[in-house]
Structure formats: C-alpha cells, structure tokens
Design a protein around this ligand. Structure first.
Ligand SMILES: [Zn+2]
Length: 67
C-alpha cells in the first residue's frame, strides 16, 4: 500500500497564471492545468508571428494580352 502523497508546494513561489502556491511537480505552475494554459499562450504567440510578407501576392488569373 502506497499512501498518496499530497502535492508539495514551494513557499516562495506562486503560479504565474493564478497566483496559487507553486507545486513542485508542476513548477513554476500550481497544476497541470495552468501549465497547459501557459503553453497555449506560448504557442499562440508563436503562431502570431506575421509572415504574410513572405507569401507572394495571389496570382491573378493570367491575363491574355489584349490585341
Ligand atoms: Zn495556477
């Protein structure tokens, strides 16, 4: 029988997401949920990098030269 060990908390550290005490297991967050939230923010910022200039202008339908 292994008793469930409650999550340890780091006294001087708080979760940057919800300001609760940081859990050792999920530091610097208090829980996996907050870690996921932060990860989501991180990824969304990554995707937010504007790169439209890299795309060539959508090619117009090739126009035939007017005679
Ligand atoms: Zn949290």
């Amino acid at each position: 029988m292994t008793p469930l060990t409650p999550p340890k908390h780091i006294p001087d550290s708080v979760c940057p997401i919800c300001q609760k005490p940081t859990a050792v297991e999920f530091r610097p967050f208090c829980s996996r949920r907050c870690a996921d939230i932060d990860l989501g923010r991180w990824l969304s910022e990554e995707y937010r990098v504007p790169s439209t200039e890299d795309f060539p202008p959508s090619p117009n339908n090739e126009r035939e030269f007017e005679e």
